[in-house]
Design a protein around this ligand. Structure first.
Ligand SMILES: [Zn+2]
Length: 304
């Protein structure tokens, strides 16, 4: 049996790629605001505004509709055409309402982030988002619904950060920080260097006898060795330390834009902080778009 996540995935990837163009970030020249008439055909329609207007016009029933029914109903009830890019956003919003796949499975997370940003998802191809799209996408999804992210999504997001050589993840991506940092320990008794990723019990696995049990996968320390204090002579470390970037990000993020350019030095923590500021600027640009669209459609979006 197909899960709703699988069918969402198929619906999303079957949307015709050629008809969709991603919206380039253009904060300098704000595009014309969509009106209630042009919202569904406007390429910059914000996913949350599409969601609110669908809830207003169709109630919550559309959460369960197949794409062909849903799009036909929108065209019929709202007497509007729907831009292909908005069909992607609507399907992404629908999956956030009806399944937890976005929080649980990295593939669905990735395709949903791309769709919320107006990029057509492609089957069987990895499409890691830029940090800009990652920040804007997670932020938009948080407005629809909040759930706890599964470890595999945390690890996936950490891979995106590490691919961009950024070692600090400010909110709302803080859930992936531990997978970026990858804590390690060094045992001062046996020199072992091991992973201290959760669930870590604070003991060197060689000295505390985690591998000594009769049951090979038990992976519990030997009580006798614990009694003698074995395994606890360790120092903690980090594979990638977020602190230097965090410090510079917080300093640079407070500066006025005119001052910022001259303040960025050619050192890793500044380069990383500048990358984060660019990503968060893009997220803020999307948030502003949402506020503008909400304000200009206020009367229309209000439910009677
Ligand atoms: Zn040891």
């Amino acid at each position: 049996m197909k899960s709703s996540a699988d069918s969402f995935f198929e619906n999303l990837v079957s949307t015709k790629e050629a008809e969709v163009t991603a919206t380039p970030p253009q904060p300098a020249t704000p595009p014309k605001q969509p009106s209630s008439k042009s919202l569904f055909s406007h390429p910059d329609a914000h996913p949350l505004i599409l969601d609110l207007s669908l809830i207003k016009q169709l109630g919550m029933e559309w959460f369960a509709w197949l794409p062909e029914t849903l799009f036909a109903e929108i065209e019929r009830v709202l007497k509007t055409s729907i831009a292909e890019v908005n069909k992607l956003k609507i399907l992404a919003v629908q999956t956030l309402h009806v399944t937890t796949a976005y929080w649980d499975q990295w593939e669905i997370f990735e395709k949903t982030i791309q769709a919320l940003n107006g990029v057509p998802p492609q089957l069987e191809v990895m499409q890691p988002p830029s940090l800009e799209f990652l920040y804007a996408g997670v932020d938009m999804a948080n407005l629809i619904r909040r759930e706890e992210f599964d470890e595999e999504v945390g690890r996936y997001c950490a891979a995106v950060f590490l691919h961009e050589n950024v070692h600090y993840a400010p909110e709302p991506l803080e859930f992936c920080q531990v997978y970026i940092t990858q804590p390690i320990y060094t045992c001062l008794d046996c020199d072992k260097v091991g992973s201290a990723m959760p669930p870590f019990d604070g003991l060197c696995t060689s000295c505390a006898g985690h591998f000594d049990d009769q049951k090979p996968l038990n992976f519990k320390p030997d009580p006798e060795k614990i009694e003698k204090g074995h395994g606890s002579n360790i120092v903690m470390g980090k594979t990638f330390d977020p602190e230097p970037t965090k410090k510079r990000f917080e300093e640079l993020d407070k500066m006025p834009p005119a001052q910022l350019q001259g303040a960025i030095r050619e050192v890793p923590e500044d380069i990383q902080a500048a990358r984060l500021i660019s990503a968060i600027d893009f997220r803020n640009y999307r948030t502003q778009q949402l506020k503008n669209q909400r304000a200009s459609l206020r009367g229309w979006l209000e439910t009677e």
